[in-house]
Design a binder for this molecule. Structure first.
Ligand SMILES: [Zn+2]
Length: 68
């Protein structure tokens, strides 16, 4: 299941939840102010720094070794 981040429009609390695919925040209650209906933010999978194209240190070494 994907992890979604929601933000409460009332108190701006950020809530991270494991939800079924396609879940929106309209049925989720804010744990702080109990406002029903949170706004879904972009998935953390889309965050910069995750899933980048750069090889890790180990891969870079292997590539360098293979090139010699
Ligand atoms: Zn709230």
């Amino acid at each position: 299941m994907p992890i979604y981040e929601f933000e409460c429009p009332k108190c701006s609390l950020n809530v991270t939840k494991l939800c079924r695919l396609g879940t929106d925040g309209s049925q989720i209650e804010c744990p702080r102010c109990l406002e029903m209906g949170l706004e879904r933010k972009l998935s953390r999978f889309a965050s910069p720094g995750i899933g980048g194209g750069d090889a890790c240190g180990t891969c870079s070494r292997l590539l360098a070794a293979a090139a010699t």
